[in-house]
Design a protein around this ligand. Structure first.
Ligand SMILES: [Fe+2]
Ligand SMILES: [Fe+2]
Length: 248
C-alpha cells in the first residue's frame, strides 16, 4: 500500500486546446501513454494516486468526460484536486461530482480523505506570479500593486477553503496531515505564506504541489525540508510523468 502524487496532466481527449509546451516540447509528446505505463508499473489497486489539478482543458463537464475516463482507467484509488484550468469543476458542485463518480473518482475540496492514519487535506491555493519589474541585472525591483492586491484576495479565499478541509479532518479526530496544493505554497518573492503558516500550525508532514511547468519554473517555491515539513513539486513534466511516491 503506497501513496503517490502527480499533477498537471492537461488532458485534451475532447479538446483541441494544448499549451505551447504540449505542442512543441518532446517531454509532452505522448505524455498520457507514458504516465499510464509508469502508473501500471508502479501503482497497484491497493495504492492511492493523488492528481494535483489541471486535469483537463475541457471547460465544462461534458467536454472532459473522456479525460476523466482516462483518469478512471489509471490504477489505484484516485483523489483529484482542483487546478486553475479545471473550469469543469465548480467548487459548489463538488458533492455532486463525488456522487456522480462515486467509487471511481474522489474530488477533494472543503473535505478530506484518509490514507492510513493521515488526513489528506488541500485546496487549489494561489500565488502572485507578477507582473514584476526587473532591473537590468535581473533583480525584482517592483511589482504591479493592483495585481498583487487581487492575488491577495484570491489567496485569502483559498486559505478559507483549506481551513474548511483542516476543520473537517480535525472534527473527526485526525491529527496527522498531508497537505495538497495545486499552486506553489509561496509567491516568487515570498519565503512564507498563509499556506506555509497553516502547514506549520497543523504540524503537516508533507506539502505537495504542482502547477510549475518547464525547467525555469521548477524552483519558483520551496522544495525540500523547511521547519520540519517536506515540500515537493509534483508537476507531471517535472517528474517526467513518473508519479512521486509520497508514503509507503
Ligand atoms: Fe498546469
Ligand atoms: Fe496550474
Amino acid at each position: 500500500m503506497a501513496l503517490y502524487a502527480l499533477g498537471d496532466l492537461h488532458l485534451s481527449y475532447q479538446s483541441k486546446i494544448k499549451s505551447v509546451a504540449q505542442r512543441e516540447s518532446a517531454l509532452w509528446q505522448g505524455h498520457e501513454e507514458r504516465f499510464l505505463e509508469n502508473c501500471r508499473a508502479m501503482v497497484t489497486d491497493a495504492d492511492t494516486l493523488l492528481l494535483l489539478g489541471d486535469h483537463s482543458w475541457g471547460n465544462k463537464l461534458p467536454y472532459c468526460r473522456k479525460d476523466l475516463e482516462y483518469i478512471e482507467s489509471l490504477p489505484g484509488r484516485k483523489i483529484l484536486l482542483r487546478g486553475n484550468h479545471d473550469h469543469f469543476w465548480d467548487v459548489k458542485k463538488t458533492e455532486q461530482l463525488n456522487q456522480m463518480y462515486e467509487g471511481r473518482l474522489h474530488f477533494l475540496q472543503n473535505n478530506y480523505f484518509l490514507y492510513k492514519d493521515y488526513a489528506l487535506v488541500g485546496t487549489k491555493g494561489y500565488c502572485f506570479e507578477g507582473p514584476f519589474y526587473m532591473s537590468p541585472g535581473g533583480q525584482i525591483v517592483g511589482y504591479d500593486e493592483e495585481a498583487y492586491a487581487h492575488a491577495q484576495a484570491l489567496v485569502n479565499r483559498e486559505a478559507e477553503r483549506l481551513q474548511k478541509s483542516f476543520d473537517a479532518a480535525v472534527r473527526d479526530g485526525h491529527h496527522r496531515f498531508i497537505m495538497l496544493l495545486h499552486y506553489p505554497p509561496t509567491s516568487l518573492m515570498e519565503r512564507d505564506s498563509i499556506f506555509t503558516k497553516m502547514a506549520e500550525q497543523y504540524h503537516v508532514e508533507q506539502v505537495i504541489y504542482a502547477h510549475c511547468h518547464g525547467e525555469a519554473r521548477f524552483h519558483d517555491s520551496i522544495r525540500g525540508r523547511k521547519k520540519g515539513i517536506l515540500y515537493s513539486l509534483a508537476s507531471g513534466d517535472c517528474l517526467r510523468w513518473k508519479p512521486l511516491k509520497v508514503l509507503s
